[in-house]
Ligand binder design. Structure first.
Ligand code: SF4
Ligand code: SF4
Length: 134
């Protein structure tokens, strides 16, 4: 018989923080995997959307270390097909906000190739720094 998973207070606090910021009832996800099969960016992600949901349910802060939360483009493919009506884009956004509140920068201007930066539209750079830096 599979053992019951017991979450620590730390895990429960993190789970509740994600639910509060996202407005999504992440504990209702039943891990059907439809979101992972629907997401156009799953191949680029270190963890699939359904794994992101599972780690969020378990209140594991390690979920913020995966590139998946930054790659999610809020395309709503998963939400349109989720049998539980969950919006993973809001969960990913909540995880980004929590990460950014820790003042962790996911990009730094020094690491952008100068020639590449010169080619990019200014609005893309501004948007990237607004989304990816604390
Ligand atoms: S489609 Fe919905 S219920 Fe299924 S794994 Fe994804 S978030 Fe959970
Ligand atoms: S909203 Fe995010 S997780 Fe959902 S299908 Fe689009 S990119 Fe993937």
């Amino acid at each position: 018989m599979a053992g019951k998973i017991v979450l620590s207070h730390h895990n429960i606090d993190f789970q509740k923080q994600i639910e509060k910021i996202s407005g999504e009832k992440i504990t209702s996800c039943d891990q059907c995997g439809v979101c992972s099969g629907s997401c156009p960016f799953t191949d680029e992600m270190e963890i699939t959307p359904s794994t992101m949901m599972k780690m969020s349910q378990l209140g594991l802060p390690e979920v913020m270390e995966a590139n998946s939360i930054w790659i999610c483009a809020s395309c709503f493919n998963c939400m349109a097909r989720c049998p539980r009506g969950l919006d993973l884009s809001k969960v990913a956004e909540a995880l980004r906000q929590i990460s950014l509140r820790q003042a962790v920068d996911s990009i730094t201007i020094e690491n952008i190739d100068k020639e590449e930066a010169a080619r990019l539209p200014s609005i893309a750079l501004v948007g990237a720094f607004r989304k990816l830096t604390g």
